[in-house]
Ligand binder design. Structure first.
Ligand code: NAP
Ligand code: MG
Length: 513
């Protein structure tokens, strides 16, 4: 493999990790191995289009080996039956070890995904660490209930019968996890940490565009020697070749997926063979709703970061702005002004002032540019941005704001997943009508409401059909808060106590006393 010409000031660990003649391998049963087919695929730096590494392209044979390893580990109980406090200690230690590697993980993420290294360092990595730490505490809190029943015995209600009932929460078994490229390390952590806290064993497939941080995370975990072999397995590869066999595998008990709604539907279909449990965290088209009584300066900042954070490649991006007609001009102009001043450049050059990196891939670039064109063709007006550049191999799209958009336009209906905001005027004061405009989407992942009136804010929170509502903020996350979608934004929740439902079965035990 050609050596990468590094013009970045890289941490030596990152340099060692990417500049190697060997393809990154699969991690199965505690060992790094080539794919059975010997095939590999290239990983690029989205700021330059240059190859930075190659990875093993796993397929169904490799998935099968990983599932066997995960099944064996699960059944022997090396992890699944470990005392909860021991599991908790290990997860806490892992959080510390991951934190020790924060700088290199942020750099790897910036190189592989294109995002700003500073943002990766203050958002992606600390949130990943925090989730491991939060889930360390969860391992000792997986409690059942004692349930006073009325007890039907041989079809006769027996009120005085001597029965004692309780529930056990047990790990679901072998878990398949398929993750996207927008927050590679964070998504790996959102998936791995709760599954481990529950006592499950894991087969995880990172996105083909961004496999590096999950591999480095695995290397760091493996070097710690803290997890028994077979508990965590990583299969890199393409969706159709390495993801699909996870979704359809007869010996995987549960699949957890984050990505597009389209692939989420394929996963659901593929899971039907053994009726494995499925949770999905899918796309969004989240509204940001600004009322005239809002703190307008704060709303402008919040709406801008709601859409432009991570270049709009965020499932809960506030991609549809609804601003009341009394403040519409001020808000859209304010957001446009911020957009105009965002410096676009390689994520690794953040210290030189670049604030927004390239999109993750040429495919994503073409998709986002296509949506901008479709908006223009449908009569929307571009207030700022609309420009893009892939002439030097990087996939750069400038932050963009459109006015004169409406709910019938394709780019208002569909998830763009880029730094493109569509804006609409609210001409009504009826909260039900405003909510129904905001809810006029097949998605239901998140929303933000901007108002100083607590009644307006809380009433809107209850009327919005979405898994998360932010009031006077956007994109605020916490390991303790459940995150997930209504409607076609998915099912199940990540993080918080609710997340554990994804990875646990409930068993009712009744004792005849
Ligand atoms: P995607 O195709 O849904 O990819 C997500 C994950 O699913 C990747 O690991 C992918 O593998 C895998 N996959 C693809 N086809 C599969 C199949 N048939 N069976 C099993 N797994 C499969 O998303 P994308 O192509 O990366 O992006 C497309 C669009 O999805 C974006 O434009 C955006 O709208 C949406 N998206 C949403 C989120 C979110 O957080 N909700 C995240 C990313 C993307 P490969 O990467 O190897 O194909
Ligand atoms: Mg894909």
């Amino acid at each position: 493999m050609e050596a990468l010409k590094i013009d970045y000031d890289l941490n030596t660990n990152v340099e060692k990790f990417i500049v190697t003649n060997q393809a990154k391998q699969l991690f199965i049963n505690g060992n790094w191995v080539d794919s059975k087919s010997g095939k590999t695929f290239d990983v690029e730096d989205p700021a330059t289009g240059k190859k930075i590494a190659s990875c093993a392209a796993g397929d169904e044979k490799d998935v099968d080996l990983a599932v066997k390893a995960a099944r064996n580990a699960f059944e022997t109980g090396s992890w699944s039956k470990m005392a909860p406090n021991e599991k908790g200690k290990i997860l806490w230690k892992l959080s510390d070890i991951i934190e020790e590697h924060a700088q290199e993980l942020a750099q790897l993420e910036a190189l592989d995904n294109g995002k700003s290294v500073v943002v990766a360092g203050v958002a992606d990595v600390p949130l990943a660490v925090d989730l491991f730490r939060y889930m360390a505490g969860m391992a000792t809190k997986l409690e059942g209930q004692t349930i006073p029943g009325s007890f039907l015995v041989n079809n006769t209600l027996s009120p005085g019968a001597q029965f004692h009932s309780y529930t056990l929460r047990e790990p679901i078994g072998v878990v398949g996890q398929i993750i996207p490229w927008n927050f590679p390390l964070l998504m790996a952590s959102w998936k791995i940490a709760p599954a481990l806290a529950a006592g499950c064993t894991v087969v995880l497939k990172p996105a083909e565009q961004t496999p590096l941080s999950a591999l480095r995370l695995t290397e760091i975990i493996n070097d710690s020697g803290l997890l028994p072999e077979g508990v965590l397995n990583i299969i890199t590869g393409l969706g159709e070749e390495a993801g699909a066999p996870i979704a359809s595998h007869p010996d995987i008990d549960k699949v957890a997926f984050t990505g597009s709604t389209e692939v989420g539907k394929l996963i659901t279909k593929a899971s039907a063979g053994n009726l494995k449990k499925v949770t999905l965290e899918l796309g969004g088209k989240s509204p940001a709703i600004v009322f005239p009584d809002a703190d307008i300066d704060a709303a402008i900042q919040g709406v801008a970061s709601g859409i432009f954070f991570n270049h709009g490649q965020t499932c809960c991006a506030g991609s549809r702005l609804f601003a009341h007609e009394k403040v519409y001009e001020k808000v859209t102009e304010g957001v446009a002004e911020i957009a105009k001043n965002i410096k676009v450049g390689p994520g690794m050059h953040d210290k030189d002032g670049s604030q927004m990196g390239p999109l993750v891939s040429n495919e994503q670039y073409e998709k986002v540019v296509g949506y901008m064109e479709s908006g223009k063709n449908d009569g929307a007006e571009c207030l700022v941005g609309g420009t893009h550049d892939n002439s030097k191999g990087g996939h750069f799209v400038h932050p963009t704001v459109f006015s004169k958009t409406n709910a019938d336009m394709k780019f208002v209906k569909e998830e763009i997943f880029g730094p493109v905001l569509t804006t609409q005027k609210i001409t009504d004061d009826d909260l039900n009508n405003i909510a129904s405009e905001a809810n006029n989407t097949e998605f239901g992942l998140a929303a933000s409401v901007w108002s100083k009136d607590i009644s307006t804010a809380h009433k809107m929170a209850s009327k919005i059909k979405a898994g998360t509502v932010w009031i006077n903020c956007h994109n605020v996350f916490d390991s303790a808060l459940p995150f997930g979608g209504y409607k076609q934004s998915g099912n199940g929740r990540e993080m918080g106590f609710e997340c554990m439902d994804n990875y646990l079965e409930t068993k009712a035990v009744t004792v005849n006393l």
